[in-house]
Design a protein around this ligand. Structure first.
Ligand SMILES: Nc1ncnc2c1ncn2[C@@H]1O[C@H](COP(=O)(O)OP(=O)(O)OP(=O)(O)O)[C@@H](O)[C@H]1O
Length: 303
């Protein structure tokens, strides 16, 4: 189990993380979300032991994770950290980059494991290619496979799918998170993307102004977003009579006391997002058809 107790950290005088406490169980998928600059990467780096923290303690089971002041070589065997920079060996092939982290003692086993990992990240067709000839997204997939290679007990992932195109992203996420669950590897994922969280994370932590402002299951936070920041992570939302209402919970009806005027319509695939003015405020509504600017509409909330 990962146990982060009362962690505080600042790069200089300004605090970046303040009194952060949480736990992650073995095999748990825990997502850390928050705006850009909220400290997600910094939190991963402190968990990895990259910095000396100002206050608090970090434990993996009964082993304390220490910063460079107390642990000269940063990192531990039980933990892998996939940074946003990848740290690959460009002149080597995809399979050599991954195989480098596996033991040479059983060559057949090594070959099999390398092929298995290359399959997880869907790069079988590129196994023999040199990493320097790959695209940014392909490099990120090699880095993911490499982080998985040694089957760490805990894996820290910083925006793990950020460079991967939408065509590949969905299946890759499923492959990687299923692999981690199957192997019972604890995983902490820092992300902006709700699709990295919904359907995969067991728990979600929201960082804001140096602190944890919410920690719960994604389902619970989705259904009861306590702040606008949390609602905005999931979907387009509105603040109506001091209550957070997702765009899909606002419906256009034939008559109600809430009258609004259409500003514009955005095609979103399975629906149109209607932008309208209600009580001089902009509101967004999911609707099945495009509406002309200026159309008078009536709104109803159905939660
Ligand atoms: N090496 C550093 N030295 C000084 N300040 C830093 C350093 N790295 C990050 N910061 C600052 O710490 C704060 C948190 O940064 P961090 O990278 O942890 O945020 P983040 O939530 O991961 O952001 P993003 O989503 O954009 O990656 C920011 O204000 C950033 O400017």
């Amino acid at each position: 189990m990962l146990n982060v107790k009362n962690l505080s950290f600042s790069y200089s005088k300004t605090p970046v993380l303040s009194h952060i406490s949480f736990q992650a169980q073995k095999g748990e998928n825990l997502a850390i979300i928050g705006e850009s600059g909220s400290g997600k990467s910094t939190l991963l780096k402190t968990i990895y032991g990259e910095y000396d923290i100002d206050e608090g303690e970090i434990f993996w089971n009964d082993k304390a994770v220490l910063g460079p002041k107390f642990n000269l070589v940063v990192g531990y065997d039980f933990m892998k950290y996939l940074t946003q920079e990848f740290d690959l060996m460009p002149p080597l092939s995809v399979e050599d980059n991954i195989g480098k982290f596996l033991s040479n003692f059983y060559p057949e086993e090594k070959k099999k494991r390398t092929a298995e990992l290359i399959k997880v990240v869907e790069l079988s067709a590129f196994a023999k290619n040199k990493v320097k000839t790959l695209s940014g997204g392909q490099k990120q997939r090699v880095a993911l496979a490499r982080a998985l290679a040694k089957e760490p007990e805990i894996l820290l992932l910083d925006e793990p799918f950020s460079h991967i195109d939408n065509f590949k992203k969905q299946s890759l996420r499923r492959n990687v998170f299923k692999y981690l669950k199957d192997k019972n590897i604890t995983c902490i994922v820092a992300t902006h993307d709700k699709d990295d969280v919904l359907g995969f994370a067991d728990t979600m932590i929201v960082l804001h102004e140096n602190k944890i402002i919410a920690k719960d299951t994604p389902e619970s936070l989705y259904h009861n977003p306590t702040t606008a920041l949390i609602a905005s992570f999931f979907e387009q939302y509105n603040l109506i009579d001091n209550s957070l209402v997702y765009a899909h919970q606002l419906r256009i009806v034939s008559k109600s006391t809430k009258n609004a005027q259409v500003v514009t319509s955005y095609f979103k695939g399975r629906y149109f997002l209607i932008e309208a003015l209600y009580n001089n405020n902009t509101v967004f509504i999911e609707h099945h058809e495009k509406l002309k600017p200026g159309t008078a509409i009536y709104l109803d909330i159905s939660k």
